[in-house]
Write a protein that binds this ligand. Structure first.
Ligand code: SAM
Ligand code: SF4
Length: 333
């Protein structure tokens, strides 16, 4: 079998699929509050076209798929896509990243369609602050979504928490406590400069060493461990005696490009070899031909760069080429 191995010897087994750039929130680190221009509906790949792309990926050794967005649950009938991917022989894992607002209504039918796990984004446990960060929606509905995911058997539940200096860094302790008291994996994520003005990003960027410092300040004894299924680049820890665990995803303070095993498919049908850079390949010319689609994936291996340069943005040093103009909501995280 031909495998997806790039110029740096990295084998690719993981595809992140964005199904929409639309969202029912406007998180301040992801998209502007007003004036976001969304993709025309006819530019989105249909579910059957996405399954076609996934089928070529599986033939090349991709085993793990994640559905993301924008907010994936705002696109109607998502269970049809999940079922289509789950039916491909060779798929080991299908997961979803969501803000959780619509999960209560959809958790059971997604599970039934073949979804294995969910990551739910939660950056604060405070109602007022939720409105400040997400600008819309209600924290209560996210918690209902989390409970529904547990009931539907979509565990192990992971909570994605983007840490922002001066915004939610004072909640690190609360999230650590949550990881101790509930069978939840809290993933602290460094704020990334994707489609942002650099100065705004720099003022809120917080290196995740802050999490370990806070844990030690609180007197917790920490154990480093493997982490739950699908932990990817996360560095994983458990507070001694805790029922849950926590992870650190630090693409800037300590990048993990050496072990990158992922490609991304945007909702408008582009393969992005790297989250950070401009380069992308349209799948449209290859639709209808499995061979052409496989060739496109192999081409993505030729253009995949060795690493991103987000740390250079922090240092203010020049970049080697153009970063993407897409916002995170137009890529999928
Ligand atoms: N709407 C879904 C959600 O929020 O979970 C899925 C899409 S969202 C783009 C995927 C993940 O990217 C979320 O966990 C979100 O917190 C994270 N994210 C968005 N913008 C980010 C940024 N600038 N830096 C780091 N993470 C970001
Ligand atoms: Fe929407 Fe997710 Fe972006 Fe927040 S992070 S605006 S929920 S796509």
């Amino acid at each position: 079998m031909t495998e997806l191995i790039d110029r740096f010897g990295r084998k690719h087994t993981y595809l992140r699929i964005s199904v929409t750039d639309r969202c029912n929130l406007r998180c301040l680190y992801c998209m502007p509050e007003e004036g976001m221009k969304f993709m025309e509906q006819d530019r989105l790949l249909s579910y059957s076209q996405i399954v076609e792309v996934a089928a070529a990926a599986v033939r090349l050794g991709m085993r793990k798929f994640r559905i993301t967005g924008g907010e994936p649950l705002v696109r109607p009938g998502l269970e049809q896509l999940i079922a289509g991917i789950a039916a491909l022989p060779g798929v080991d894992d299908i997961s979803l990243t969501t803000n959780g607002l619509l999960l209560k209504q959809q958790a059971f039918k997604l599970k039934e369609a073949g979804l294995k796990r969910v990551n739910i984004s939660l950056d604060t446990m405070d109602d007022v602050r939720f409105k400040f960060i997400a600008r819309r929606g209600e924290l209560k509905r996210v918690w209902e979504g989390i409970e529904a995911a547990v009931e539907a058997g979509l565990g192990p539940i992971k909570l994605n928490c983007v840490l922002l200096k001066g915004v939610n860094e004072d909640e690190i302790g609360r999230f650590l406590k949550l990881s101790m008291e509930r069978p939840i994996h809290v993933r602290f994520i460094e704020y990334m400069p994707i489609g942002h003005d650099d100065a705004g990003w720099r003022s809120h960027y917080l290196p995740l060493s802050a999490v370990l410092e806070e844990a030690r300040r609180l007197g917790y004894v920490l154990q480093q461990e493997e982490g739950p299924q699908g932990s990817g680049p996360s560095e994983n820890w458990r507070i001694a005696g805790g029922v849950g665990s926590f992870g650190l995803i630090h693409p800037i303070s300590e990048h993990f490009c050496k072990s990158c095993n992922r490609l991304r498919l945007t909702a408008d049908g582009h393969i992005k070899p790297c989250l950070y850079w401009m380069d992308e390949l349209s799948v449209r010319p290859a639709l209808g031909s499995l061979e052409a689609m496989e060739r496109l994936f192999l081409k993505a291996m030729d253009v995949k760069p060795e690493n991103h340069e987000m740390a250079a943005v922090l240092a203010g040093t020049p970049l080697s080429h153009e970063p993407t103009e897409r916002r995170m909501s137009q890529i999928g995280g």
